[in-house]
Design a protein around this ligand. Structure first.
Ligand code: GCB
Length: 593
């Protein structure tokens, strides 16, 4: 599946804006065929956005179940004879879509795209009604998992991850047109040998018998940089300008389907960054150079729109990343919108790309201890069927993001239970899945502090060790001396594995404006002292090649006694004002500060 584009042979029309919206707590909409007519008793809802915080209605904020979105669209009259596709960049966490009265597609998983060929159901020039039933419920067969419990006050959604279960249509919905003979997919793999780059590609096309695949590479200044023919090929680029951290140099690869008269039947443009990624011993190499990750685990999270994508806020977040000297980010804890990855490509920000497999750990609740009562891996909880859903989530992530040069490492899960036999059995096949899907990038998962060195049974499968540790916060709270000692000892042990270590989370909740002259947790001073302690420890271990502070900004969570208006571990507040820690990080990460 390729993302809709405007090219010389393709067109797209955004369906963003105000849709009709209504909740469906009894899940009556399917049997009552709400798609068959104008959605009654509806209100207006913005797309893209999470619906939760927009209606000043507590029952919608905390809603669990089906909701319906509907709008009409006039199909451009120039699209006669074209293949017409309805494309959702995401629907959280699952959706079924109708065009008119016909069901066209269902999709499981809240953060990856899906689409349907609707050519036979629409007439260029006419209006058509689009309805989507979106369900935000999480179960033991979803990624992320959750459970809807029957309680005395009705069914309640419970989950084991520490961010609010925002839902809805978070990203753009497109109606698009391609020729009926079309480029269906492209995979690009790049190489570097001194000043020479290679752009290897594989193109899949539909209905292209008798047509030739022709590719044209153009540099960022618009100069021709090479070309090739065939569904598979390699373009050699002399004096290549590589993509590198801080230098988001992109070539454009135009993929053409050409007929015997030389006419271009279809054209698709794929941005290409020529770079290599490799793990060698404890080093993480980009273009053969050791790379040290600085940056954050982030969230797609803003007041009002929740997890909805917004270009202005994207630009603001990347501006702050640049200001603070971050060279990288992790898409904790789900695939981010494709605009984020495009932006990272263009600006040379390195990305650890994560699936939505978070909370596969019944020993954790709301990010930290509590919420027991279930066994993580068992016939009734996380089981083989869950693993199939997880495998599909990995495949969809790789399929969507494989061509982004910014993506250098796959994270197939965050903080799963990883110290049991069940964990080992669950994860071994998933590492095969990610390697099969992408043999070119390293892969790993993010290890939780409950599975320290010597106990973790899943790290053996990972190319890179990603560790989340809260010494001085959840353990040795307020005692940074003891924290330093313990953290140092654990890192020394992990260093012996001979793999690169990225500390993917370390952080302390901090109430902006709270101060103290002592080392009092929750104050701005404590956050700075806590980060300083961590940095002293990292600097003593050569195998540590990355530090990602938790979190870039404060974010919304589910209600809990550990959370005051959400998680406050941000270097920035939720509205992106810097805490003292932001200035401290800037001093460490920017040589010019
Ligand atoms: C973690 C989780 C993250 C939480 C964080 C915390 O280990 O990966 O999702 O938000 O801890 O602040 O407790």
């Amino acid at each position: 599946m390729l993302r809709p584009q405007d090219t010389r042979t393709r067109e797209r029309k955004s369906l963003n804006g105000l849709w009709s919206f209504r909740t469906d707590p009894a899940s009556a909409g399917r049997t009552e065929r709400w798609f068959a007519d104008r959605l009654r008793d509806s209100v207006e809802m913005a797309v893209p956005a999470s619906y939760n915080d927009l209606l000043a209605d507590e029952s919608v904020t905390r809603y669990s179940g089906d909701v319906w979105y509907q709008r009409t669209v006039r199909v451009p009259r120039g699209w006669d004879g074209q293949r017409i596709v309805l494309h959702f960049e995401s629907a959280t966490h699952r959706a079924t879509v109708w065009v008119g009265e016909t069901e066209v597609v269902s999709h499981e998983g809240g953060y990856t795209p899906f689409e349907a060929d609707v050519t036979g159901l629409v007439r260029p020039g006419d209006e058509v009604r689009i309805s989507a039933c979106v369900d935000n419920r999480l179960s033991f067969r979803t990624i992320p998992p959750g459970v809807v419990e029957d309680t005395a006050t009705g069914p309640k959604q419970r989950y084991w991850h520490d961010f609010f279960n925002y839902a809805g249509l978070h990203r753009t919905v497109w109606l698009s047109a391609t020729p009926t003979t079309y480029v269906d997919d492209v995979t690009v793999v790049t190489g570097l040998d001194g000043a020479t780059g290679t752009v290897g590609y594989t193109v899949a096309a539909v209905g292209a018998d008798g047509l030739t695949v022709h590719t044209e590479l153009t540099d960022a200044e618009g100069r021709p940089a090479g070309s090739a023919d065939g569904a598979e090929g390699t373009i050699v680029v002399e004096d290549v300008h590589p993509w590198a951290p801080g230098d988001g140099y992109l070539y454009d690869l135009e993929i053409q389907l050409v007929d015997s008269s030389g006419a271009v039947v279809d054209s698709y443009h794929q941005p290409v960054g020529v770079r290599t990624v490799e793990v060698r011993g404890t080093e993480f190499l980009i273009n053969g150079e050791p790379f040290a990750f600085t940056g954050f685990g982030m969230h797609e999270d803003h007041a009002g729109i929740g997890k909805g994508h917004n270009d202005a806020l994207l630009v603001q977040d990347f501006g702050l990343l640049r200001w603070i000297g971050a060279n990288s980010l992790r898409t904790s804890h789900y695939p981010y919108s494709e605009e984020v990855l495009d932006h990272a490509d263009r600006h040379g920000i390195v990305v650890i790309d994560e699936t939505a497999a978070v909370g596969l750990n019944m020993g954790l609740g709301g990010g930290i201890f509590g919420s027991q009562g279930y066994e993580t891996y068992s016939a009734d909880t996380i089981n083989d069927a869950t693993r199939e859903v997880h495998a599909q989530a990995i495949r969809e992530l790789v399929a969507r993001d494989k061509n982004h040069p910014s993506v250098v490492l796959w994270s197939i899960a965050n903080e799963p239970e990883s110290d049991t036999e069940g964990a080992e059995k669950y994860f071994e096949p998933l590492f095969r899945v990610v390697k099969e899907a992408d043999p070119t990038r390293p892969a790993g998962f993010v290890n939780v502090m409950l599975a320290p060195h010597g106990k973790c049974r899943v790290s053996q499968f990972a190319d890179v060790l990603m560790l989340n540790r809260y010494y001085g916060w959840y353990v040795h709270t307020g005692d940074l001396e003891a924290a330093e000692l313990a953290w140092d000892a654990e890192l020394a042990a992990w260093s012996g594995e001979g793999k690169p270590i990225i500390v993917t989370e370390y952080g302390a909740d901090t109430v902006p404006g709270m101060h103290s002259i002592g080392s009092e947790p929750w104050t701005e001073e404590y956050q700075v002292a806590y980060l300083d302690m961590n940095h002293r420890v990292f600097d003593r271990h050569d195998a540590v090649v990355g530090e990602h502070v938790w979190n870039f900004a404060d974010f919304a969570t589910t209600a809990g006694i550990m959370r005051v208006g959400g998680n406050k571990k941000g270097a920035f507040t939720r509205d992106r004002r810097p805490k003292n820690a932001a200035f401290a990080l800037r001093r460490r990460w920017r040589s010019d500060s």
